[in-house]
Design a protein around this ligand. Sequence first.
Ligand code: ATP
Length: 597
Amino acid sequence: MKFGMVAEYFAKLEDISSRLQLSATLAELFRSADKAVLDKVVYLIQGKLWPDFLGMPEIGVGEKLLIKAVALGTGRNEGEVESVLRKMGDLGEVAASLKGGNKMDSLTAFLGTRDEGELTVEEVHEKLAKVALASGERSRDIKVRTLAGLVKRATPIEAKYIVRFVDGKLRLGIGDATILDALSQAFGGSKADVERAYNLRADLGQIAKLLAEGGAEAISSVRVTVGIPVRVMLAERLSEAGEIMEKVGGKALVDYKYDGERAQIHRKGQTVTVFSRRMENITSQYPDVVQWVRDYLKAEELICEGEIVAVDPATGDMRPFQELMHRKRKADVLEATKEYPVNLFLFDLLYLEGEDFTTKNQLERRRKLEELVSQEQDKVKVAQSMIVEDRAKLEEFFFRAISDGAEGVMVKSISPDSIYQAGARGWLWIKLKRDYKSEMADTVDLVVVGAIYGRGKRGGKFSSLLLAAYDEETDTFKTVCKVASGFSDQELDQMQELVRKHAIPHRHPRVESSIEADVWVEPSLVMEVRGAELTLSPLHTCCLNSYREGMGISIRFPRFIRWREDKSPDDATTSKEILEMYRNRLKKVEVEGDESV
Ligand code: ATP
């Protein structure tokens, strides 16, 4: 297929302003394309050479290099190209105009008799792939020469779109939905069937080719395939627990909503691939997760989904999403896995040993998933969940999730038709989460009442401390959080000593706690702590029943700032003050028009 035809269509598409016309013109292009290269045409329209999930390299040509290639390909010097670029602002236009001004090029384009024949889609794709795949010492040279060769052979309009493509500025603005629409217009097959196929096999190029070659029949035979991402199921959101219970018919499976990165995991024997929410191949970022899937999931062939969450290595407590971002930014992946450890919380099963699970109901999928995860480890877990049948239970579970470091809950329908709706946002899943991010403005001074041993590297040492606020009314200390971060190595050592010095054989009578400590501590040490926010919690006793029946208030993601030797425990922040801080925070939320639960 001639690339010139694609370029002509790109020019047409660029001028269209109506969505209907866009898909009609696109359908026309698809119909006139060679079936054998239709996949490549689709990728080019998307500004890609390959679908993202293959994890192939990007084209990797900066502007400077591209200017050099355009100069070489049009027989000008770089200075000339740069000065035209300053005037025109678009390197694609520059290439086209320099080619147009070149008498030989215009003549051959006019006569259609170029030495090596006209460029085909295959050739353009092959050459661009060569550019993308070039690596090593000579890669710059290979990239420039290959591109220059393409520009040299191209007609002005071809050069324009080749250069724009490489520059990442194709700007056709054509989304997946328009392409699907155009495909069904071009080749028949209902739009719903084409969409369904794409949802199960998220490769637009392949779907296009399949439809063009095999028609509606081929499309309806598309199945979930290990190695090709399934488009993810998404949730609707509501902010009121009662409304949610009504929506799900009074009974639902409720999961912790983990705050990390969604991972769709595909396994075939020892080959494990991890796809992101956007279906990018992120396998190389998670060598640890890949190994756990091999070691801890009892399945030869499966597709499952979960959330990868940063955790505190010593306590296993969840860390905020930002910590995962630190890991992703580090160049040395193995180093990053050590510095920023994660856990995997699985929440769905899409495929197992040849069987499509997306059509099975929620509980069936969950039960099977639970069977697959080995129990003798703590890296891969099935999401914390429970079946709820009323609003109060849902709210309690929500606050438990929040105070455990989760972002909220996912309420999942367990009706007989609660399938995995690939690629759809629907009411089968409803998210309930905190909308605001309010930093606690003030630090608080809290009293150490217990200590908890660490695991792994910090095994045998205390890694987190149970902290309490002072309750003036009852003259007791009521727990408000566990702190495990913010200590330097030296401060950690000092903390061990202090805890041992003040350890007592049982819970101090002035301490009210529903959490068990490994070692109880006499209330005497005061530390300054900064937290991310305050939240209702059924786990902590501070302000229990003051704001809501059955709920205390806790501090999320607390960090050690310093010891306050100048304060006695009775000078610590009081539960009354904590309640006040929580109320103020709520006021702020209301002012912002953002009430939750
Ligand atoms: P969305 O993904 O719905 O477009 P978003 O990107 O803003 O919205 P959230 O609103 O935070 O994400 O909620 C959805 C995400 O929650 C899911 O994509 C998934 O990554 C994550 N998640 C965490 N825990 C669960 C769970 N138990 N079940 C389903 N999804 C979960």
